[in-house]
Design a protein around this ligand. Structure first.
Ligand SMILES: [Zn+2]
Length: 662
């Protein structure tokens, strides 16, 4: 370099253009082999661009490793192929050169009818983007676009993802970031479609696979009532929900049930026979269950999609995301789902009371409630509730049913003390979103302040926030209740609280299986097969175990256990009359005992003889019905109208509890 030379002028750096949105082209033409073909274009890739598929889907707390259905991944820049290195079962790395766009091609096999993954056939298509869209590491916060091509003739598309345009080259959608992309499922096919407005906001309902004669108009009317009740619950009579448009996607099948919540839509699956039918005015139990599901998933739009555990505000797609709060987000949602049905007038008080009693019975029939608290059950959802087997009722408690009973106990306690209700607690928590406001301000730039204020985005809450909201509404600390009901393993005081709202509890006659502590599958061909044996039950003491086929009871062949109740009642009465006593304790040791002669008059008939087929070997077991605590109560709750007449405060409490949200 010549020292005398003039210094070179500083180079003028041209501004680097922002990279184009990550773009996925989804080709749905390969219907008969159930494969989506995806072309992913990444502008300005990293030199070593990493990509991965999530291993779980928000709302389903289980690692499923969607990557197992992905295959044929190849990469190019311009015309040059690029090496793809697989790093683990769900992660890949591509060595890139320069900033030319990286184009990846791969296919995803899709033949799961559930709401969790993806499906493609000649009849319909469905996908969650957690199954189809590789996450481009380092680009998660940028805009993600999706184009849909290759749709079969006559197929429609339903999704809540905002549409960019539709043209000859497909349908185009846009998400603000990867988190939004994977929170908008798509339904494809020649489905039924209807619309309604709730509090002035557009709602769309699509149903795939319904039988002819399905009453879509009734489904729309009933759903509208539920949605309006929920919007009023959170925002009052003139309020607006935190979305511009909402989509229900229901897949009607032979026999299934479930749903998955999203920020502005839900994917549902239900039995065809449970859909309403033209000309039928009654509300059958199947359709009632479907309405409960619709109500549940819609309530989640607030409670878990926006109000959420702080641990889930930033989802880690690569591993389990633990929280102790599913008793609140699933349990309280389960409480308000059916409550909305009575509040909007779809069911009456007695029917609602039966639904409540069913949940109480479900809690009572799980011995695991004495093993895990509902907070522990939440934390363990990943390998307990979502990995159910024959031991599940003994090892854990459902955070859905017990959580809903915790909500009931808190609500009735608040109402009895006269300071407020659980409705007010939920609204208090929602208000934290605008108080804290961090998401509102952060999101305002992209979405406009007005839209941001309407949709607060993530409102991360902790158990301390819930405790604080209870105290703010109830005027005292509820720490003792939370400690006992949420972190304890004792019984909930439901029966003591029922009279405060004019309800009474009784116990129904039990089925033999419930009385003995068994869960069975029964049929004329399969016979009577034990699925689960409950801890501490008479069946466990007798030595029964999962997989046993109960062949005979007291010398008679049985294919439905309840049939045996008829001859057992006669035999037990006979034994009682002959003064039989001194019954030996039945135990697992009885497995080896020799068979006794049938229906011998001398036999102590307070012990029941069972012939059991266990893995092709025949055993004789003795079961001693236990009249004590291990009996499983089937609870019946009824309206106590005499109390309502006598106690005005009680009547007012129940009226307010079941009244529509104002
Ligand atoms: Zn749920």
């Amino acid at each position: 370099m010549n020292a005398a030379a003039k210094p070179a002028p500083a180079p003028v750096l041209a501004p680097v253009p922002a990279p184009a949105p990550v773009h996925y082209r989804v080709d749905a033409s390969d219907t008969h082999t159930h494969r989506y073909r995806i072309t992913l274009t990444i502008d300005q890739p990293s030199p070593f661009q990493v990509l991965s598929l999530p291993v779980w889907l928000a709302g389903r707390y289980m690692v499923r490793e969607f990557g197992r259905h992905l295959s044929g991944l190849s990469a190019t820049q311009g015309r040059a192929p690029r090496a793809v290195q697989q790093l683990d079962k769900t992660t890949w790395q591509v060595a890139c050169r320069g900033s030319a766009a990286l184009v990846l091609q791969y296919e995803v096999y899709a033949f799961d009818t559930s709401v969790r993954t993806a499906f493609l056939s000649t009849e319909r298509g469905f996908f969650n983007n957690t199954s189809l869209c590789l996450r481009v590491h380092g680009r998660e916060e940028q805009a993600h676009h999706l184009s849909l091509v290759g749709l079969s003739k006559g197929w429609l598309v339903a999704t809540a993802m905002p549409s960019r345009s539709a043209g000859a080259r497909g349908l185009h959608y846009a998400a603000a970031d990867y988190g939004e992309l994977v929170d908008h499922p798509f339904e494809l096919g020649p489905f039924w479609r209807g619309r309604f407005k709730a509090q002035g906001v557009e709602h769309e309902f699509v149903v795939a696979g319904a039988w002819p004669g399905f009453d879509g108009q009734r489904l729309l009317r009933d759903s509208q009532r539920i949605c309006e009740e929920h919007i009023r619950f959170w925002h009052g009579a003139r309020g607006k929900p935190p979305f511009q448009r909402y989509v229900f996607m229901l897949n009607a099948v032979d026999d299934s049930y479930g749903g998955l919540e999203h920020r502005a839509s839900t994917a549902l699956i239900a039995a065809r026979k449970d859909l309403p039918r033209v000309g039928e005015a009654s509300l059958g139990d199947g359709y009632l269950t479907l309405l409960g599901l619709i109500s549940h998933e819609y309530f989640h739009t607030w409670n878990v999609k926006r109000l959420k555990p702080t641990e889930l505000c930033r989802i880690d797609h690569t591993r389990e995301n633990y929280t102790e709060l599913l008793w609140f987000f699933e349990g309280f949602t389960s409480y308000f789902d059916d409550l909305a049905l009575v509040r909007c007038g779809l069911i009456d008080g007695p029917r609602y009371t039966k639904l409540l009693a069913k949940a109480a019975t479900a809690v009572q029939s799980m011995p695991g409630r004495r093993v895990q608290s509902v907070a522990q059950a939440s934390f363990d959802a990943w390998n307990k509730y979502y990995r159910q087997d024959e031991n599940t009722p003994n090892a854990t408690i459902s955070y859905y049913t017990k959580g809903s009973q915790v909500a009931l106990c808190l609500d009735l306690t608040l109402r009895r003390e006269g300071r407020g209700s659980l409705d007010a607690v939920m609204r208090h928590l929602w208000a934290l979103g605008t108080e804290r406001g961090s998401d509102v301000v952060a999101a305002a730039g992209a979405r406009g302040l007005r839209a941001a204020l309407r949709d607060p985005g993530n409102i991360g809450i902790t158990e301390a926030d819930i405790a604080q909201a209870l105290q703010a509404v109830g005027g005292r600390s509820y720490a003792a209740e939370l400690k006992a009901w949420v972190h304890g393993k004792g019984e909930l005081p439901v029966a003591d609280l029922l009279p405060t709202v004019g309800l009474a509890q009784s116990r129904e006659a039990e089925r033999l299986s419930a009385a003995w502590g068994l869960r069975l599958s029964e049929g004329p061909v399969t016979g009577c097969v034990v699925r689960q044996v409950l801890r501490g039950s008479a069946a466990e003491a007798a030595g029964l175990c999962a997989g046993d086929e109960i062949v005979a009871v007291q010398g008679w062949r049985v294919r439905r256990l309840d049939d045996a109740a008829q001859w057992l009642a006669a035999s037990l009465a006979e034994a009682g009359a002959s003064g039989a006593s001194g019954v030996s304790t039945a135990s697992a040791a009885a497995v080896a005992a020799p068979p006794k002669p049938r229906s011998s008059k001398a036999a102590p008939l307070t012990v029941i003889e069972l012939i059991v087929n266990r893995d092709q070997r025949i055993h004789t077991l003795r079961l001693q019905p236990d009249p004590q605590a291990t009996r499983l109560p089937t609870l019946q709750w009824t309206l106590d109208e005499a109390r309502i007449k006598a106690d005005a405060a009680c009547a007012e409490r129940r009226r307010a509890w079941w009244s529509p949200s104002a």
